[in-house]
Design a protein around this ligand. Structure first.
Ligand code: ADP
Ligand code: MG
Length: 601
């Protein structure tokens, strides 16, 4: 018995149509993209019952001639390319000429359209593969397409339509993406006859976001400094760490001006907030990535929602770093604005002026005497004055010591909350300093400054560690880099190595997880070009070392150690954030306190 049968063309087309048209939002997307391609400056979208009953898109674009209006429903009808070779260069949305054909294969379509200079427009009704009505009409310039009876002829698909609310939410998100992408278009969204979103054109993205999401965003949006890594440019706006959403629906990523969904890029964005947002809370973001069109394939997905990158890791890293540094700068600016100085303490005893590295010896669980001497003799304190400090820090550093002490006397250590947060009282309010983040920052800067000159100790009983042989290959390849950071090891056969010397700061660190983390970092960065790679690797290695060597949340610190930590932190250049971008300190301002307790209104 013959099993294989060829489908009639209109049957096959119904199936193919399903790829483009699966949900009402897909239709909205195709229609709005066509309107944008037609140069529209105003686009109104009317949705009835989540799009299950009707979808209508009205634009004021350049419209179609009566001949084109009839042709546009034909398969592979497009005015946008003439050959497949042009796919990469195309800057408009359409390129396959199958959206309208696909939509009308599974629904009833009414099209009204008029070109700007035409006297009359045309109205066509197409259903069941035929024009059931066509006539000339008087209408405004542009195009008005109404789609109804969705999946009338594909009952299986109709049955699997999602809930109306679900489809409505997807349409709203799509609408938001268009608004963010095209500031110069006036968009309107109606649900069941009611105007839900009215978004006239906007000059800038920030105001568009406020217009679209809500006014409370106004003081919580951060513009990224446009960054360029190779061919990849990133710009956009993200929310600060004071505001969040319960899902990731307001994270929008655009690649070459197309809204895309990409799990890895989404993850890179969320990772930048990992330390500053509570678990399962998400930022708001509108990020625009520009790439060489040849470095991205937008045709892997029938609806062009997903894309494939030639160098995905590079883009993820660039995105992460752009957001991370924007957040850091923002946190710094916030703290400086509200306090001026972060290092607060009231000390009865004279403030020590020892170099910052003594922090290690005073905080680390069992300090080595010899180590202490080695560091105390180190030339860090002289180096410090040579380092270019940010303007806000310069003043404090150049002040005579007496003055600094007087300032410091304005602060009182109140105690340590949860064995982690040092609480300080100041005339501006209450400072909260994270002991781990603060110590990480101090150590990180020390590791940067003392590159190749870190005091190390030779281990009397070298530690033997096991690794996969390919991981050992990686460590061996970067042996010099480790050595420059005071970590000396020798490979012993295919699976083992011994640590023979370590920076004194790392002497109580578990080396196996530390090196394994370093191996993973190296693998992650391997897509970068050489100079970016080494730059990133230095930072990561130092951050890893600082993280592992710093006091932990939960470690008990004596008052003296706290004073030392605060003092050392004050001497660092980027004292406001830890190397991962988390804030080291936070000010609960007196104003906020008074407001909370309704002492002021
Ligand atoms: P594509 O956009 O890939 O070319 P479509 O099936 O979406 O294919 O549209 C077919 C053609 O119909 C377009 O190339 C365009 O010439 C015309 N068209 C569709 N929608 C509009 C519109 N809103 N305004 C003007 N022309 C349109
Ligand atoms: Mg199209």
């Amino acid at each position: 018995m013959q099993k294989i049968k060829q489908l009639a063309e209109h049957e096959a087309h119904k199936i193919a149509a399903g790829e483009v048209v699966e949900r009402p939002a897909n239709i909205v997307k195709e229609l709005v993209e066509n309107a944008i391609d037609a140069g529209a400056t105003k686009i109104s979208i009317y949705i009835t019952n989540g799009g299950h009953t009707q979808i209508q898109v009205v634009d004021n674009g350049y419209g179609m001639s009566p001949e084109d209006a009839k042709l546009c429903f034909a398969k592979h009808a497009t005015s946008k390319i003439t050959s497949v070779d042009q796919l990469h260069e195309i800057s408009t949305f359409g390129f396959r000429g199958e959206a309208l054909a696909s939509i009308c294969a599974v629904s009833k379509v009414i099209l009204q359209t008029k070109e700007n200079d035409a006297e009359q427009g045309i109205k066509l009704i197409r259903h069941n593969h035929t024009f059931i009505d066509e006539k000339f009409i008087t209408c405004t310039n542009g195009t008005d397409i109404t789609v109804s009876d969705l999946f009338y002829n594909v009952p299986a698909r109709k049955k699997f339509l999602k809930k109306e609310e679900t489809d409505w939410r997807t349409i709203v998100q799509l609408f938001q993406s268009f608004c963010l992408d095209y500031l110069n278009i006036h968009f309107q969204l109606y649900a069941d006859g009611k105007l839900i979103h009215n978004c006239p054109t906007m000059h800038d993205l920030k105001n568009r976001m406020i217009q679209l999401f809500d006014a409370s965003l106004e003081h919580h949006l951060i513009s990224l400094a446009p960054t360029k890594t190779g061919d990849c440019t990133i710009k956009g706006i993200v929310s600060d760490t004071q505001l969040w959403r319960y899902n990731r629906n307001q994270i929008f990523i655009f690649v070459n001006k197309r809204w895309i969904k990409n799990y890895e890029l989404g993850r890179a964005i969320i990772k930048a907030y990992a330390a500053s947002l509570p678990k399962d809370r998400y930022p708001i973001a509108a990020l625009f990535i520009t790439l060489d069109p040849h470095a991205v394939d937008i045709n892997i997905h029938p609806r062009k929602e997903e894309v494939q990158f030639l160098h995905p890791r590079k883009i993820e890293t660039a995105l992460y770093e752009a957001i991370n540094s924007a957040l850091q700068n923002h946190i710094s600016a916030g703290i400086i604005q509200s306090s001026g100085q972060i290092i607060p303490m009231k000390s009865d005893a004279p403030v020590t002026t020892s170099p910052s590295s003594t922090l290690f010896t005073s905080i680390a669980p069992q300090p080595f005497k010899t180590t202490h001497q080695a560091i105390a003799q180190s030339p860090i304190s002289e180096k410090k004055s040579l380092v270019q400090k940010p303007a806000y820090a310069q003043q404090a550093i150049e002040q005579p010591i007496q003055h600094t002490q007087a300032q410091q006397n304005e602060y009182t250590i109140l105690g340590v909350a949860h064995k982690t947060y040092i609480l300080l009282e100041h005339t501006d309010g209450i400072f909260i300093v994270d002991q781990h983040a603060a110590h990480e920052r101090v150590l990180y800067e020390l590791f940067c400054k003392r590159f190749k000159t870190l005091p190390t100790i030779r281990l009397m009983f070298p530690e033997l560690l096991q690794f996969k042989s390919e991981d050992l290959d990686i460590l061996e390849q970067y042996q010099q880099l480790f050595l420059d950071h005071g970590i000396e090891f020798n490979r012993m056969g295919s699976h083992e190595l011994t640590i023979t010397a370590t920076p004194i700061h790392l002497k109580s660190v578990a080396f196996k997880p530390f090196l394994q983390d370093c191996i993973e970092e190296i693998k992650e960065l391997s897509d970068l070009d050489q100079s970016a790679f080494f730059d990133a690797l230095h930072k990561k290695l130092r951050a890893q070392m600082a993280c592992k060597a710093a006091v932990k949340a939960g470690d008990h610190l004596t008052n003296e150690q706290i004073k030392q930590l605060l003092h050392d932190l004050d001497q660092t250049e980027n004292r406001l954030t830890c190397p991962h971008g988390r804030p080291t300190g936070w000010l609960l301002s007196k104003y906020e306190l008074e407001k909370k307790f309704k002492r002021i209104v």
